[in-house]
Design a protein around this ligand. Structure first.
Ligand code: ASP
Ligand code: MG
Length: 413
């Protein structure tokens, strides 16, 4: 029998009526002939509430105890869901992460899954039960409860779908799919029917917050078909899957804007072996995550180097580069916080020309100055002034016709 995994996010199980609705969806799939595994998050804002409860007692709570506490949110949902199913006349059984041997490493509050024991789930499914698994949690090799990082229930669901060989992993949420861009920034954004793992990974890491980035990584590694859809409507959402040939016909699948970032530049660093290594060793020591590193040689003696960081890391990063400044003979350090990054993503870029031209022309026409440009095989990003971020994004979305479903766009966009 084919297996389907259905994941319900916090807003989709926030109260009794919503839990019943989710339960009905599970029963419907059973009636269609599937074995159903449900993965659930904590109800509503429960996890946030638990975090603030903890902080009220201890501003720096031990991480092990944090996991012990946060995991209870999901445990409540799964037992309530099993009770709802029972009341609706359907056999169901709920499990915590530990009970299904969801083994993780010991990095409390941000653990990684190492293995999953599928046998216990299969046994219950074969008895005709709906199996409900608590998302976001596991246990380490010493039986300590761990959690997978905020938003981690998506990852539980996709990992389970992979371990069980499920036909599909449905992710029910409060939006009806992935959009070409954030509809709060560009109101005419269109829903995407189908997107590749690589595109979704780029979009998710650029801040398109609908799904946990790690879940997409799992999906890609184990080729799990993921379906992001609304828990309150019956519409088809967005399918995330491996690349299929028609995806190449769409040049740009989505656009993003990231605002909470800063840029640090080191001007006139000595152009000798080892200087980049010294600078980034300092940043690594300060635990700063660095992106979009650019180094250019300006003469035989000197080079300029710049990189992007999250705005919250700025103080630590600045302190780190100050300590190395003299050592690498840097003439000047400059910092920009008033910036935003506009990106376009699409696997079609690999085979189409003129994409960069179209993006830069759209920004030029909107009188947006480009500070710097970085690219990957399927992404082009431009740093612009923060106060022009919205108009920059709009200009780019219109140029690539991101207000239309992909099949209605003109061939060249
Ligand atoms: N309840 C956890 C959180 O709020 C995990 C999840 O919802 O995916 O982050
Ligand atoms: Mg979520």
């Amino acid at each position: 029998m084919a297996i389907i995994v259905q994941k319900f996010g916090g807003t989709s199980v926030a109260d009794a009526a919503k839990i019943r609705r989710a339960a009905e969806r599970a029963i419907r799939m059973v009636k269609e002939g599937y074995q159903v595994v449900v993965v659930a998050s904590a109800r509503g804002k429960q996890t946030d509430q638990l975090v603030s409860d903890a902080l009220e007692l201890n501003p720096n709570p031990p991480k092990r105890e944090m996991d012990q506490l946060l995991s209870t949110g999901e445990q409540q949902t799964v037992s309530l869901m099993a009770m709802a199913l029972d009341a609706m006349g359907h056999d169901a059984i709920s499990f915590t992460g530990g009970q299904i041997r969801m083994l993780t490493d010991s990095v409390h509050t941000n653990a990684r899954i190492k293995s999953i024991g599928a046998e216990r789930i299969h046994k219950q499914l074969d008895k005709g039960k709906i199996v409900i698994v608590a998302g976001f949690q596991g246990v380490d090799e010493y039986e300590n409860i761990t959690t997978l990082g905020r938003g981690g229930s998506d990852t539980t669901a996709v990992a389970l779908a992979a371990a069980l060989g499920a036909e599909e992993c449905e992710i029910y949420t409060d939006v009806d799919g992935i959009y070409t861009t954030d509809p709060r920034m560009f109101k005419d954004a269109a829903k995407i029917d189908q997107i590749s793992y690589d595109e979704m990974l780029e979009l998710a890491s650029l801040g398109a917050g609908v799904i946990h980035t790690r879940a997409v990584g799992f999906g890609k590694k184990y080729d799990v078909k993921m379906h992001i859809r609304s828990s309150s409507e019956e519409t088809i959402g967005t399918i995330i899957t491996h690349e299929v040939p028609q995806m190449e016909g769409v040049v740009v699948t989505g656009a993003t804007v990231q605002k909470d970032m800063a840029k640090i530049g080191l001007v006139g660093v000595d152009n000798v072996p080892g200087n980049a290594a010294k600078i980034f060793a300092c940043l690594a020591n300060a635990k700063v995550v660095v992106n979009d590193i650019v180094q250019t040689e300006v003469s035989a003696e000197k080079a300029n180097l710049s990189f992007m960081i999250g705005a919250s890391d700025l103080a630590a990063a600045q302190e780190a580069v100050e300590t190395i400044k003299n050592d690498v003979n840097c003439e000047r350090i400059f910092v920009r916080e008033d910036i935003a990054e506009i990106s376009v993503v699409g696997v079609g870029m690999r085979t189409h020309y003129g994409v960069a031209d179209k993006m830069f022309s759209a920004l030029a026409k909107a009188k947006v100055n480009i500070d710097s440009i970085t690219t990957s095989e399927i992404r082009i990003s431009c740093i612009v002034d923060k106060d022009q971020a919205k108009e920059a994004l709009e200009a780019v979305c219109i140029a690539f016709e991101l207000d239309k479903p992909s099949e209605e766009r003109s061939q060249a966009s």
